[in-house]
Design a protein around this ligand. Sequence first.
Ligand code: UDP
Length: 327
Amino acid sequence: MKVFVAGGAGYIGSIVTQQLLDAGHQVTVYDSLIKGHRQAVPAAAKFVLGDILDRATLDLALDDGPYDAIIHFAAFIEAGLSMQQPGVFFRNNVAGSLSLIDAAVAHGVRKLVFSSSAGVYVSKDSPLVEDDPIGPANVYGHTKRMIEEALMWYNRIHGLRFAALRYFNAAGATPPTRGEAHDPETHLIPLVLQVALGQRSRVFIFGDDYPTPDGTCIRDYVHVLDLSQAHILALGALDEHPVLICNLGNGAGYSVKEVIDTARQITGHSIPAKVVERRRGDGPILVADASRARALLGWEPQIPDLRDIVASAWAWHQSHPHGYDAE
Ligand code: UDP
């Protein structure tokens, strides 16, 4: 297959690109490098520098087709920041995605895999299924829901087949090559590991008065390689199913305090932590029931244990203490 990966210089996109290449597919990575890292793009992929909001550059890149599919990772992802700068998120994630989807249709691309999020749901204290109530707690989650809804119409009107993969909390790395490096870093596991590396004095716990056993938020951490595999499977499953909306998570929830404790065990560092105010837009509990992904995609996570996930992230952070910047 010939696959166009928007956002392929990012954390998940670069790993999917590598897996696509390993499976013998031809890949073009399209990335603005606003958040992505050129060094993360596998050498065997073609690279085009461009923004998804820039339709002219997108069209030029897609002229190099025909592409069998687009995988769309290009988005801003910081849930907390989206509650301070809603316009930035609506513009990039909604207007940008529409620009990419329109370009896909104009170029006759038949399949699209979209990075959606657990952030589309109302928080619930048991595992979420895809038909559970939708109700994003933050602008980021809402942008993902808006594009899922738009894609339903593109499917009806243009026959564009799509998979919306609702990631729970992507984590882990593929050491020594690829890992999670955001600027600014807002995600729990990399922040905790930066404390273990001596780059931060402590980690802040955003609220311990949630309705959970230890009062901190519970999330379902899923290894980036397992997430990646689901994209490859989705490309195949779209031949059979024109619309796929699937949760991707392990079905096990860990609190913020449990994640920090796990990192203490893995790194041997005390990792000081301080409880501060809640972060706006955080639901208390988000855990996946991924039965649909297992049934329809044949997805079977290979690295479900949080300790293995954190250990892989730690190995990468030790080999890249300053992310990709030092390369
Ligand atoms: N979190 C925290 N301190 C931090 C970063 C995150 O307590 O410095 C919490 C956050 O409130 C959430 C969980 O860790 O409950 C996971 O947050 P993250 O930003 O990693 O992912 P999200 O769930 O927002 O996608």
